[in-house]
Design a protein around this ligand. Structure first.
Ligand code: GLA
Length: 394
């Protein structure tokens, strides 16, 4: 089990500013950081106009940035080989930028398309979050760049709107059809709180999420089995949900109430689509229950809902994996109050809510289950609700 990372943001900022000097030749205009996230509950609900409840992590992406005199996007990442990707304006269209450069370039494209006036930018990025590990590294990158652009060009844009820009960049420019949860979490989360977001109205509420005073810890179990959203399974789930909404004649599955679920399922012939609907409808109801419990200060009572969410994702939505199931089973058998996969699934991370006194035994049981099953050794760390994206240095 890893020790909690101390707040190293200042040191990371100095490092990325130094790298910026080497790449660009001048100091940056500033430095911005945006976190990754884990979702407490509300999985595969955001593209069904439903509810989500993420917290921000202390890990994320930091960017040193400056304005350019032309309209080029120059981006370099310390996680890649450091060689800058240079994107001219005539490449700024969906499909025009191969590789990771599409993420920062997509933000500039999406901002301009939304009507914001901005010129070219120099960007040097550094991340301390595993890439493609289900902790929303891509949203962290996008939100850091989006906030940097908004600040540098003094754009009159709200954080809600920046989240939409980031979502559009990823779904339309990069080509991965994600929902609004991850950039919303990265931009809107507040320390000590979970973000209760209605993805239809985009209304949000900060729900106190104070584990420490409840004697609880939230472990993130990174299975280190990469998840790939671009391989079609995610898009396939979205398509099934849209088909179901069309059959049920509702704008989105959010509109099916739990009380009407049986009647709705009767109208759907395909057993796979029936299961997908059951997941989305029951998951939305579980989010509301968890929010209710947290609002009453009953964090220790949410465990069974986390477990029910996992079972629904495993059996009805079919997005879990052997590693994720093993992590949940081992954690719960070792005494965790609840556990579930988090994020899109197909690999990535699970979370386990446990009494702080049981952290070591839950982590050890999970590690030995992985060893027995001959899975890669998981990376386990305790998460707390961190703050959202911000400017790091003036
Ligand atoms: C990914 C997507 C999100 C959301 C989750 C599943 O993280 O980026 O928009 O759909 O999967 O809840």
């Amino acid at each position: 089990m890893e020790a909690e990372a101390s707040d190293e943001l200042g040191a990371r900022a100095s490092h990325v500013i130094e790298a910026f000097g080497h790449v660009v030749g001048d100091p940056p205009d500033g430095c911005w950081a945006a976190p990754g996230r884990i979702n407490i509950i509300g999985e595969h609900t955001d593209y069904n106009d439903g509810y989500v409840l993420p917290i921000a992590l202390r890990y994320g992406v930091i960017v040193a940035a400056s304005k350019r005199a032309d309209r080029t996007v120059l981006a370099s990442s310390l996680q890649k080989d450091g060689v800058p990707v240079s994107v001219d304006e005539d490449q700024l269209h969906p499909g025009g930028v191969p590789g990771w450069g599409a993420y920062p370039a997509g933000i500039v494209w999406a901002l301009r398309r939304a009507g914001y006036e901005l010129g070219g930018v120099n960007l040097v990025l550094d991340g301390d979050i595993s890439i493609g590990g289900g902790l929303s590294s891509s949203a962290a990158l996008e939100c850091a760049v989006a906030l940097a652009c908004a600040d540098m060009f003094s754009l009159d844009v709200s954080r809600h709107e920046l989240a939409l820009v980031a979502r559009n960049a990823e779904s339309e420019f990069v080509g991965v059809p994600v929902g609004i949860m991850d950039p919303s979490a990265s931009l809107l989360c507040q320390r000590g709180h979970a973000l209760f977001l209605d993805t239809r109205t985009l209304e949000s509420e900060q729900i106190p999420f104070d584990l420490e005073s409840a004697g609880l810890s939230l472990l993130v179990i990174d299975t280190r089995a990469a998840h790939r959203l671009a391989d079609g399974a995610y898009a396939n789930r979205r398509a099934a949900c849209e088909e179901a909404a069309a059959i049920l004649n509702v704008p989105a599955l959010r509109d099916v109430e739990l009380a009407d679920l049986d009647g709705a399922l009767e109208q759907i012939e395909d057993p796979t689509i029936r299961r997908r609907v059951r997941h989305v409808v029951t998951e939305n109801a579980r989010v509301l229950e968890v929010v209710d419990l947290l609002s009453q200060g009953r964090t220790d009572a949410i465990g069974p809902l986390l477990i029910a969410s996992h079972e629904s994702l495993r059996d009805d939505y079919e997005v879990s994996s052997g590693e994720l199931d093993a992590a949940v089973e081992a954690a719960v058998s070792a005494g965790a109050l609840g556990a579930r996969m988090t994020g899109a699934g197909f690999g990535g991370c699970a979370i386990a809510l446990t009494a702080t006194s049981a952290v070591a035994q839950v982590a050890a049981a999970t590690e030995s289950a992985f060893e027995r099953l001959e899975f890669r050794r998981p990376r386990i760390f305790a998460a707390s609700a961190a703050g959202g994206a911000r400017r790091v240095l003036a």
